[in-house]
Ligand binder design. Structure first.
Ligand code: APR
Length: 246
């Protein structure tokens, strides 16, 4: 399938017929909100670090103060940003199809802020604090360099899934079930490099779904998609939803 930025009529027809639509989003969906994607070079103070080197349990064990500074910087950046038309179009799509499952690799709450409900957070949530020792959800003291667990005194950590860590079981099970059940699977704004998220599209395809990629830079999976839209999600998704709503 060659990439094209137009929305094919056959895709709209597939969405009209769909019983269940599953969407997987990645950092690209928030790019038009001004949130840098994960593999973009970082800016300012953080330019000397690669995100892949900071988002690990080892990095946290080595220098928890540095990691908390980075995550607080990211919390501020995301709090100051606003959802974009791509986020809103996904929220609107949920009202136009019988069933929609939204799985996001993003930890930024933007889908929820745009009105999406029951979002499956595959990689956790940037605004949660968890105990490093047992993973329980806690509320940390934001004024301390490294907040501590009020139950056991261990360091708290951001509630995101780091490299080398398992996906939360419920999120993984629900996402796999939705991918296997859906009739149309949309993979939006993700480089599809990180598994198991990247495998959801294969699961959908193997179970007969039409698979669609929306990404201005088509990924190595584009050729195995039924439709590859080479476009920004903030443009393609509203167009698609408007055509469907007609
Ligand atoms: N619209 C759609 N896609 C876009 C846009 C846009 N406006 N701008 C950029 N993109 C695409 C890029 O072309 C790229 O393919 O978004 C993708 C972002 O890729 P990554 O930065 O790799 O982000 P993601 O795929 O979400 O990363 C997956 O990896 O590091 C982990 O946990 C982290 O959740 C993250 C996961």
């Amino acid at each position: 399938m060659t990439a094209n930025s137009d929305i094919p009529q056959a895709l709209i027809a597939a969405l009209r017929d769909a019983r269940h639509v599953c969407i997987l989003t990645g950092a690209g969906v928030s790019a038009e909100s001004g949130v840098p994607t994960f593999r973009d070079a970082q800016e300012g103070l953080w330019a000397q670090y690669r995100a892949e080197d900071l988002a690990t349990p080892d990095a946290f064990l080595t220098d928890p103060v540095l990691i908390w500074r980075w995550y607080r910087w990211r919390r501020d950046l995301v709090t100051e940003a606003a959802p974009n038309p791509g986020h809103y179009a996904i929220a609107q799509l949920a009202d136009l199809v019988p069933r929609l499952t939204l799985v996001t690799q993003n930890v930024d709450n933007m889908h929820q802020r745009a009105g999406s409900r029951d979002v499956i957070e595959f990689h956790g949530n940037l605004f949660e604090d968890r105990c490093f020792a047992d993973g329980s959800l806690q509320v940390g003291d934001d004024t301390t360099a490294v907040p501590l667990c009020s139950d056991c005194g261990s360091n708290l950590r951001p509630g995101v899934v780091w490299f080398g860590e398992a996906i939360p079981e419920q999120a993984l099970n629900e996402s796999c079930a939705a991918a296997a059940d859906c009739d149309v699977f949309l993979s939006v704004g993700t480089s599809s490099l990180v598994y198991p998220a990247a495998g959801l599209a294969d699961l959908a395809r193997e179970n007969g779904a039409k698979v669609v990629e929306i990404n201005p830079n088509p990924t190595m999976h584009a050729n195995s998609c039924d439709y590859s839209l080479a476009a920004n999600s903030g443009v393609a998704l509203p167009k698609m939803v408007n055509l469907l709503a007609r």
